[in-house]
Design a protein around this ligand. Structure first.
Ligand code: AMP
Ligand code: GLY
Length: 428
C-alpha cells in the first residue's frame, strides 16, 4: 500500500516513520514533510502544500496512493476529507462537519451538552457586556477561550476576574485572534490532572490508543504561557484502568453515538484533552480532530500494530470491531526542543549541531526544521522532539535528556522536568 501523510510537523514525522515501518506499506509520501521525514527510509517528501486540496488529489492519482492520512487540524476543519470523498479517494480524517468539534469551541460545547458528555459549565458570548457580567458573577479562576482555531494559544486561564475581562475584550474586538475570537466561550476552571486520550474512530466505534500526558506551559512546574506542547509521555499513570473505562463509557462512546446521530459520523483520530478530577471523574477540556503534537511522538513510538491497516479499516468499511492493538510495554517520553523566545517571537535559521544518527531506544523527530545552505537549520518555534524509551518513566526521561544534551543551536531552550507528575507518582 502507498500512503500520503499531509503536514510538516513533529506529529507528521512520527506518523510517516510509523507508517514506513508498517508491514502493509510499500511507500510513504509526505506533503510537504520536513528534513526529518526526508531522512527516513521509504519516505519521500513532495513539495505540495497541505492546504492545496486539488494538488493533493492530483498527487494521489499520479502516484497511485491508496490512502491519505491528515496530520494537522487546519486542512480537516477546511474540509479536506469532503474533497477527497468527492474525488472518490480514501482519506483518514473527519469530515468538515465533524472537525467542527475542534474548529469551533462553542459547537463542541453544545455537542457535549446535547449528548451528556461531562465538561466544565460554560456560556457562549459575542457581546462584551454580557460576557463581563457573567465573568463577574462566576468569579475567578475562570477560563476564556476564543471560539475558532488559534494554534493552541486561544485559551486564557485567568486567576483574576480582571484578567478574564481583559482577555474577553481582546478576543471579541478581534485584536487577539482575529475572527477566531469574535465569539468566546467562558467556562469554569477545572481542578485535576490533565491527560490526552486518543482514539481511532471508524464512524461506529472507537479504538483507544495508549494514554499520554502533555506539558502545555512553557516553563518548568507548568508555569508561564501556554504553548503547543513542550513534551509528553506515554502511558499516563493518571489514566488508571478504572479511569480508562470511565473515559470510554462517559466520553468516547457518547461522542461516537452522538456524532452519528447528528449526521456526522466520525472517522479519523479523535483526541480528547481531559481533566481527571481528584475523584477520578474525567471531564473534557477540548476535543481535537487529529492526533496530538507532541503526544503522537511518544505514543507512536510504542505502537507495534500496523497503523496503515488500522486507518484503512477505519475508512474502507471493514471497521475496527475485534481489532486488538499491540503496544511496546515500556514508557516513552518526548522532550520538545524549542527556539529561544517561543511561544513569542523566536529566531529561525540557526544551524543545528548533533543530530547524528538515531541511537537505540531514542529517536529525534523533526518539527520546525529546514534545509539551510550548510545543513539543517531551525525554522519554527518547536524545532525537535527527542523521545527516549525506558523500563520506567525515570529511565525514559534519562535517555531522552541524554540524547537532547548532544544537540545544540544558538538559544536552544527546553524544559528539564518533562514527566514530573508521573515521576512523583512512581516515587510514591
Ligand atoms: P485547550 O486549548 O482548550 O486545551 O486549553 C489549553 C490549556 O488550558 C489546557 O490544556 C488546560 O491546561 C487549560 N485549560 C483549558 N480549559 C480549562 C479549564 N476549564 N479548567 C482548567 N484548565 C483549563
Ligand atoms: N499537544 C496539544 C495538542 O496537540 O493540541
Amino acid at each position: 500500500m502507498k500512503i500520503l501523510v499531509v503536514g510538516s510537523g513533529g506529529r507528521e514525522h512520527a506518523l510517516a516513520w510509523t507508517l514506513a515501518r508498517s508491514p502493509s506499506v510499500d511507500a510513504v509520501f509526505a506533503a510537504p514533510g520536513n528534513p526529518g521525514t526526508a531522512a527516513e527510509d521509504n519516505v519521500t517528501n513532495v513539495d505540495v502544500d497541505g492546504a492545496d486540496f486539488a494538488a493533493l488529489t492530483d498527487l494521489v492519482r499520479g502516484c497511485g496512493i491508496d490512502l491519505t492520512i491528515v496530520g494537522p487540524e487546519v486542512p480537516l476543519v477546511d474540509g479536506i476529507r469532503d474533497h477527497f470523498d468527492a474525488c472518490g479517494l480514501r482519506c483518514f480524517g473527519p469530515s468538515k462537519a465533524a472537525a467542527r468539534l475542534e474548529g469551533s469551541k462553542s459547537f463542541a460545547k453544545q455537542f457535549m451538552e446535547r449528548h451528556g458528555i461531562p465538561t466544565a459549565a460554560s456560556r457562549i458570548f459575542t457581546g462584551f457586556a454580557a460576557a463581563e457580567n457573567y465573568i463577574r458573577s462566576r468569579g475567578a479562576p475562570i477560563v476564556v477561550k476564543a471560539d475558532g482555531l488559534a494554534a493552541g494559544k486561544g485559551v486564557v486561564v485567568a486567576r483574576r476576574v480582571d484578567e478574564a475581562v481583559d482577555a474577553v475584550r481582546g478576543m471579541l474586538s478581534g485584536t487577539s485572534f482575529g475572527d477566531a475570537g469574535r465569539q468566546v466561550v467562558v467556562e469554569d476552571f477545572l481542578e485535576g490532572e490533565e491527560a490526552s486520550f486518543t482514539c481511532i474512530l471508524d464512524g461506529e466505534r472507537a479504538l483507544p490508543l495508549a494514554s499520554s500526558q502533555d506539558h502545555k506551559r512553557r516553563d518548568e512546574g507548568d508555569r508561564g504561557p501556554n504553548t503547543g506542547g513542550m513534551g509528553a509521555y506515554s502511558p499516563a499513570p493518571v489514566v488508571t484502568a478504572d479511569v480508562h473505562d470511565r473515559i470510554m463509557a462517559e466520553i468516547i462512546e457518547p461522542l461516537v453515538r452522538g456524532a452519528a446521530a447528528d449526521g456526522m459520523p466520525y472517522q479519523g483520530f479523535l483526541y480528547a484533552g481531559l481533566m481527571i478530577g481528584p475523584d477520578g471523574a474525567p471531564k473534557v477540556v477540548e476535543f481535537n480532530c487529529r492526533f496530538g503534537d507532541p503526544e503522537a511522538q511518544p505514543v507512536l513510538s510504542r505502537l507495534r500494530s500496523d497503523l496503515a491497516m488500522l486507518c484503512l479499516r477505519a475508512v474502507d468499511g471493514t471497521g475496527l470491531a475485534d481489532v486488538a492493538l499491540e503496544w511496546e510495554p515500556r514508557t516513552a517520553l518526548g522532550v520538545v526542543l524549542t527556539a529561544g523566545g517561543y511561544p513569542l517571537a523566536y529566531d529561525t535559521g540557526d544551524a543545528i549541531a548533533g543530530l547524528g544518527d538515531d541511537l537505540p531506544d531514542s529517536k529525534v523527530f523533526h518539527a520546525g526544521t529546514a534545509f539551510g545552505e550548510t545543513g539543517i537549520v531551525t525554522a519554527g518555534g518547536r524545532v525537535l522532539c527527542v523521545v527516549g524509551l525506558g523500563d520506567d518513566i525515570a529511565s525514559a526521561q534519562c535517555l531522552a535528556y541524554q540524547r537532547a544534551s548532544s544537540i545544540h543551536w544558538r538559544r536552544i531552550s527546553y524544559r528539564r522536568d518533562i514527566g514530573f507528575r508521573a515521576l512523583a507518582r512512581a516515587s510514591g
